[in-house]
Design a protein around this ligand. Structure first.
Ligand code: SAM
Length: 278
């Protein structure tokens, strides 16, 4: 695992409160990487990531599902619409909570997902109340990841599953250059730490979950950052970010850092499906 001390939760919340509009304009309703099989559009690639994770998790129709770090509710809406899941989405950002609720209402998504503004590290759900916990690109922002996994495991029913996508740090040993690249990403993207694939395996198993499927999708997703970088350069977003504050410029300036980190092996993009024993 790689850790940095400078990230603060209020900065993460503020980033998503302010940047959500830009994510929507520049990228789409999903705030996660696209998954490319060939030359699909970014919009299709974003959906393919959700579809692939749902397929690997074998999401059953009508399940109860908690979407932790739900962004604008893109995955929550897809899971409600295509798997008829009863979804509760959780986000740290009040702006995203309102956005996701409004969007689900405007698209008349049934069953209607619920969205709450809460900290995933302190929220309480009833024990054994969920068939699935779903989390795409949120755990990077959590401060005590092992404690979160223990908590989340308690929400799952027996045989319930945790489906997760995360930015990973490469397995050790890493070179000094790779450590520097991953550290830059943590700074620019507001991640207090990044775990490796084996760290996540340990956090799942310490929480009483068995990883039944996992894999690395770095090559399928890395194009995301080339596209985002080009879209930022083609539009006036950089100027707007400057006006909004230095943290937003910091974020835009780190698109190359993450591409470099993926290409050097300093970082990987991984998915995990972990199951609670009966
Ligand atoms: C990269 S976005 C991913 C959004 C969404 N999962 C998606 O795929 O579109 C990260 C999300 O994690 C949320 N997040 C970060 N830290 C959180 C925390 N401590 N508690 C709840 N949500 C958090 C942010 O508000 C944001 O919605």
């Amino acid at each position: 695992m790689i850790e940095i001390a400078s990230v603060q939760k209020r900065v993460i919340r503020n980033h998503y409160d302010i940047a959500t509009l830009f994510y929507r304009l520049l990228w789409g309703p999903h705030i996660h990487h696209g998954y490319w099989e060939s030359n699909e559009s970014p919009a299709i690639a974003q959906l393919q990531l959700t579809e692939n994770l749902a397929r690997h998790a074998m999401i059953r129709e009508g399940s109860t599902l908690y979407d932790i770090g739900c962004g604008m509710g893109g995955s929550s809406q897809w899971l409600a619409k295509h798997r008829q899941c009863e979804v509760t989405g959780v986000t740290l950002s009040p702006v995203q909570r309102n956005w996701a609720s409004l969007s689900a209402r405007m698209h008349n998504i049934q069953p209607r997902p619920k969205f709450v503004c809460a900290d995933a590290e302190t929220i309480q759900f009833a024990a054994e109340s969920a068939d699935y916990v779903w989390s795409v690109e949120c755990t990077e922002h959590l401060f005590d990841k092992p404690a979160f996994f223990k908590n989340a495991a308690s929400w799952l029913k027996p045989k319930g599953r945790f489906a997760l996508c995360a930015w990973l740090v490469g397995e050790s040993p890493l070179s000094a250059m790779q450590i520097e690249q991953a550290t830059q990403v943590c700074h620019g993207m507001f991640c207090p730490s990044l775990g490796s694939q084996s760290d996540y395996g340990k956090w799942f198993s310490d929480a009483g979950l068995v990883v039944v499927d996992q894999g690395i999708w770095t090559r399928q997703v890395e194009r995301t950052w080339e596209i985002c970088r080009n879209r930022v350069e083609r539009t006036g977003v950089r100027y707007l970010a400057k006006i909004l504050g230095k943290n937003h410029t910091l974020f835009l300036n780190h698109f190359d850092a993450i591409l470099n980190a993926y290409r050097s092996g300093a970082m990987e993009y991984g998915y995990f499906i972990a199951e609670k024993s009966s």
